[in-house]
Design a protein around this ligand. Structure first.
Ligand code: GLN
Length: 548
């Protein structure tokens, strides 16, 4: 089997939706009957984003195998509907760590180690591992950042070399650029695109497709101009204006003939007609007039919505399936502590506390959970949000005044959340949490079991702390249900407050398994409960098949 490679670079500026575009193209190829895998090359020197601040990087996306990755992998999984593994993520840090380890072992037999060939060879080896380990026929590889960044040069060089390694007929280069809008003359400019293509060419890569992004309509004369000046076929210039509904990108790219052009150029033959009915249904639902459901998201990095990207998307998936418009009010937990943000919390139909680390804003989150419990407002706690729910319950229902997590108060007399035993003694921060997919047994008759509609589920994790089992009995006596546990019953995975419309917390991160075409059952159940509070009619049963 000949493997085909599609390499996606970016030009002009970053953050123009390169990841979404790559993901959507992956979907369109999968729809034609090909097996597809996607890989992200991140030029930064960190080994992975697990130790980076969400302010720097947005959310840390976690895969089944526990890899802590760039949020673009979330786009790939959601659009293509595949589960990726660690071969789909590579950083400069990993490349150098491997090459230096080999050098120390003496593998290079006394040679001088240089960017070319040792570093580029390692990059190529890692790209080659994607089809090897996944069996994919088409591998899409996206390079982070923009062409011209110092850090990305070895990656670009490796992708250039792969063309001669595997044959040029097996490689397709896509360059994604941005057309700035000049207000004074009300026109879009192609010059930065021309420069960026020239820069890419100076590195030895001639793109076969240019995806031109802009905030305004891109008229045919502009695509014509880009084709002419950048020496790309007219079919290879793809105008993509900014659209409101991200999940319409596959439909837009299909209409523009993107996948057909790629398939033709790579000498492939589609094995089936693409069926985009599910995406059309999403598009219809997105444009329908729908009742609004307000969700207050009480978090720490709320200025940067990308820090909670998968949570935001999972809420949208649920809203689209249920036929309601989910509007998120982004509320800073530390502001809540100062008495601000309460108007939004009071107006909310549901309150969501997402994952997080360290003590900033913790008391604000606890106050929001207390309000949700006392006023029977649907509450959904994800990882830290579940721990917050336990702390609040301990303090205000059990009367454990200074209950806390030992993460925030190591001396708490009631450490209802405590460090996991196998985390003790771990000093290194990178990739040392409890990470990845683990099974969870559901308690029959619980809200969680009803939502999932199956007795055992698998979900993705990223945490060091857990519910302290010594407190289980006291909690249970006061109406807290432990509706999900590890199969050996040692670890609490899901808690819910009995007699509340929906007050549920998960130690795992359900947001990573939600798909636009298959919303996560717990998100669907939460949004449904919030919609009921808002008095809105919903269109689907809450039980949606578990997406794992
Ligand atoms: N800080 C908490 C822990 O480590 C929660 C982690 C999270 O929300 N991802 O257990």
């Amino acid at each position: 089997m000949t493997i085909k490679y599609i390499f996606v670079t970016g030009g002009v500026v970053s953050s123009v939706g390169k990841g979404v575009t790559t993901a959507a193209i992956g979907r369109l190829l999968k729809e034609r009957g090909f097996t597809v895998a996607v890989q992200k090359l991140d030029p930064y020197i960190n080994v992975d984003p697990g130790t980076m601040s969400p302010y720097q990087h947005g959310e840390v996306y976690v895969l089944n195998d526990g890899s802590e990755t760039d949020l673009d992998l979330g786009h790939y999984e959601r659009f293509v509907d595949i589960n990726l593994s660690k071969v789909s993520t590579l950083t400069t840090g990993q490349v150098y760590a491997e090459v230096i380890a080999k050098e120390r072992r003496g593998d290079y037999l006394g040679g001088t180690i240089q960017v070319i060939p040792q570093i580029t060879d390692e990059i190529k080896r890692r790209v080659g591992m994607v089809p090897e380990s996944t069996g994919a026929e088409i591998v899409l590889v996206e390079v982070g950042g923009t062409v011209g960044d110092i850090e990305s040069l070895p990656f670009i060089e490796a992708l250039r070399q792969i063309r001669s390694d595997v044959g040029r007929e097996n490689v397709f280069y896509i360059h994604t650029t941005w057309l700035p809008h000049i207000g004074a003359t009300n026109e879009l400019k192609t010059k930065p695109t021309q420069h960026s293509v020239r820069e890419l060419r100076s590195l030895g890569i001639s793109p076969q497709m240019i995806i031109a992004r802009a905030d305004k309509t891109i008229t045919p004369d502009l695509t014509e101009k880009i084709a002419k000046f950048c020496d790309v076929d007219r079919r290879g210039v793809v105008p993509v204006p900014t659209i409101d509904v991200m999940y319409e990108i596959p439909l837009l790219l299909e209409r523009l003939g993107v996948a057909d052009y790629i398939v033709d150029t790579l000498g492939l033959q589609a094995r089936q007609q693409p069926d985009l009915a599910a995406w059309e249904a999403i598009s219809r639902s997105a444009h329908k007039d729908k009742p609004t459901v307000r969700i207050a998201l009480v978090g720490k990095y709320v200025e940067l919505h990308d820090a909670y990207l998968s949570v935001k998307e999972a809420l949208q998936h649920a809203g689209l399936a249920l036929g309601v418009e989910v509007e998120i009010d982004w509320i800073h937990a530390s502001e809540v502590e100062k008495g601000r943000g309460w108007d939004e919390i009071h107006a909310a139909d549901g309150i969501l506390v997402p994952g997080g680390f360290d003590s900033r804003g913790i008391e604000g989150k606890i106050a929001a959970a207390k309000y949700a419990r006392e006023n029977k407002v649907p509450y959904f706690g994800l990882c830290l949000g579940m721990q917050i729910m336990a702390i609040e319950f301990a303090r205000n229902v059990l009367g454990y005044g200074e209950a806390n997590s030992t993460e925030f108060d190591p001396a708490s007399p009631y450490p209802v959340i405590d460090l996991m035993p196998d985390q003790r003694g771990i000093a290194e921060k990178g990739a040392t949490m409890r990470l990845g997919v683990y099974p969870c047994q559901l308690e029959p008759g619980s809200v969680a079991a009803a939502a999932y509609g199956q007795p055992v589920i698998e979900e993705r994790h990223r945490h060091r702390y857990e519910f302290n089992n010594t407190a289980r009995e006291a909690f249970a006596e006061h109406g807290m249900r432990f509706s999900g546990t590890s199969p050996d019953d040692r670890l609490v995975e899901i808690i819910e407050v009995a007699g509340h419309p929906y007050m549920l917390g998960t130690q795992f991160h359900p947001e990573f398994l939600s798909r636009p075409t298959r919303p996560h059952p717990l998100f669907a159940a939460f949004v449904r409960a919030a919609a009921e509070r808002a008095g809105a009619q919903v269109q689907l049963p809450a039980a949606v098949a578990n997406s794992s």
